[in-house]
Design a binder for this molecule. Structure first.
Ligand code: UN1
Length: 525
């Protein structure tokens, strides 16, 4: 399979040209024969990718067609035949090498994540670290992947279960974590004996290309077959093809609830597996027993970190009325001083939104919430002038609002934080916290153990993630990541999330000379 390369303009802003060179993304019309298709062939449509940070052209990428996808699936299927026969710990060894390569390339890759997506360098590096962490996790996992043994009701019988590789795993990832979320899926899939096909966000294809180059080197060094890790850069039609494709037993999709519903429907119609990680509407509860020093830190990181573009971003703070004014005043002291600007510039904490469509959604949501009675306390401007020419930089907004507002019920992928007042006991705050359609992440700040336990109890938070004295974002990879309700129900990353990437088989073995039937059934003839 062939791929066309990127044309990199002769620019050297922030050393990006050097970064692209180091990552091998620069090659023009390079042809790879490793099944690592990352773009269309021949007459494919080429698209220019501009940085949201300064609007400059980073490169152009050929977008794949459904025909290209078809070739990739075939390659992937072929590779699966070999890969599944490699012992799991040996597969883990390959993932270990990938992790080491990621360590080697952490700086340039983190920088490219930052430049192409717009998150600050610290977070770009953190994203690569998250990839390294999941590699380490997957290596250990590769010596486990264990099932249970059970006791048979029949004499001289043995019963146990085992997990077998599933096949081709489709991965649809979003722009906001353009490489880490892929790695959660791809590294687990790999140790599980699966091959994967990655359709990254069309907004952030270059980091995907960079990662694919890193993977390609490891595969070549180990003389592994084509198509263990595949990359198809394309539009929604590629995701749609994957969702409908019976040769892809599992489709893992991260993104909006709208997209996830479509994928879930199509995969469900063919009784395939869909792992969905969709929208969040994450809240932090502050009770009158909160340690406000740490709570405020968590709120600010959760609300303005990644410019409000994490699925775990803090979107609502539910504050006890007795401390509402205090919390508001503290936030109003911090918000005007947030350093907003180019994410590769030292000291900046808030970068741009991904594009001007996102800025429009931000502005519209603020208009709408004010119409509903919300009070904009600060922020909400689109910055202009030197350094902000792209029109993608905004000032994070604080809005006093009511949980019932239509706008508050929606996930706007931007830095808008709704301050919501509650009175009475913690149950009232929990009701508000659960009173949205999404169910990803949630937190409570309290030093009162009754309140904390009430929040964690089955009658407490209804989210997939529930934290105490920690914010809603920034989960470690060791835990299962995902959420309930419209978040889609899927779990990725740590704990036993790997099970969905394998097929479970129950085995019963008779080592006697009789054939007793279960349930004591007599069937004599
Ligand atoms: C996402 O926004 O899709 O918990 C993933 C976090 C990160 C992952 C976010 N570790 O915020």
């Amino acid at each position: 399979a062939t791929a066309t390369g990127t044309d990199v303009q002769d620019h050297d802003h922030h050393g990006i040209r050097q970064v692209l060179r180091e990552l091998g993304v620069e090659a023009t019309n390079a042809a790879w024969s490793t099944g690592l298709v990352w773009g269309g062939q021949g007459n494919a449509q080429t698209r220019a990718i501009h940085s949201p940070t300064d609007g400059k052209l980073i490169g152009s990428v050929a977008f794949a067609t459904v025909d290209d996808y078809e070739q990739v699936v075939q390659k992937a299927q072929e590779a699966f035949q070999t890969w599944r026969t490699v012992p799991a710990p040996k597969r883990g060894e390959i993932v270990r090498q990938i992790g080491n390569k990621l360590r080697e390339f952490k700086e340039p890759l983190g920088k490219l994540v930052s430049y192409e997506m717009g998150k600050i360098l610290q977070e770009g590096l953190g994203e690569v670290q998250e990839m390294i962490d999941i590699c380490d996790f997957a290596v250990g996992l590769s010596r486990q992947l264990h099932g249970f043994t059970m006791h048979s009701e029949r004499p001289a019988h043995r019963m146990y279960e085992q997990y077998h590789p599933l096949g081709v795993v489709g991965i649809i990832s979003a722009f906001n974590f353009p490489v880490a979320v892929w790695s959660w899926n791809a590294m687990l899939a790999a140790v599980c004996g699966d091959v994967s096909i990655w359709k990254p966000s069309e907004k952030t294809p270059l980091v995907a290309v960079a990662v694919q180059h890193i993977i390609k080197d490891v595969l070549r060094e180990n003389e592994l077959p084509e198509g263990i890790f595949n990359l198809v850069i394309g539009d929604a039609e590629i995701g749609a093809a994957m969702a409908a494709d019976g040769r892809v037993p599992l489709v893992s999709a991260t993104g909006s609830t709208r997209m996830g519903k479509k994928v879930g429907e199509v995969v469900g119609a063919r009784l395939g597996r869909a792992l969905l990680e969709l929208g969040g509407n994450n809240a932090i509860i502050l009770t009158q027993h909160a340690d406000l020093e740490i709570a405020i830190r968590a709120i600010v990181f959760g609300a303005v970190g990644t410019a409000g573009q994490r699925c775990t971003t803090t979107r609502r703070v539910i504050i006890h009325e007795s401390i509402f004014e205090d919390v508001k005043a503290r936030l109003l002291k911090i918000y005007p001083n947030l350093p907003i600007g180019h994410p590769l510039q030292d000291g900046k904490l808030v970068g741009p939104l991904i594009d001007t469509d996102a800025v429009q959604a931000f502005t519209k949501a603020l208009e709408a919430v004010q119409k509903e009675g919300g009070k904009l306390l600060i922020g909400g401007e689109v910055l202009s002038g030197a350094g902000y020419e792209t029109g993608t930089y905004v000032t994070p907004a604080l809005v006093e609002a009511n949980n019932a507002y239509h706008t508050v019920q929606e996930e706007t992928f931007a830095p808008i934080l709704y301050l919501i007042r509650y009175s009475g006991d913690v149950e009232n705050a929990i009701t508000i916290q659960n009173g949205v359609r999404q169910g990803l992440s949630s937190s409570i700040f309290t030093l009162n153990m009754r309140e904390a336990e009430a929040f964690l109890a089955h009658t407490g938070s209804d989210c997939g993630i529930a934290n105490v004295n920690i914010g809603t974002s920034g989960a470690e990879i060791g835990g299962a990541f995902g959420g309930e309700k419209e978040t889609g129900g899927g779990r990725e990353s740590g704990s036993d999330a790997w099970r969905v990437y394998m097929r479970r088989q129950t085995n019963t073995i008779n080592y006697s000379t009789q054939l007793p039937l279960a349930q004591g059934i007599k069937f004599d003839f």
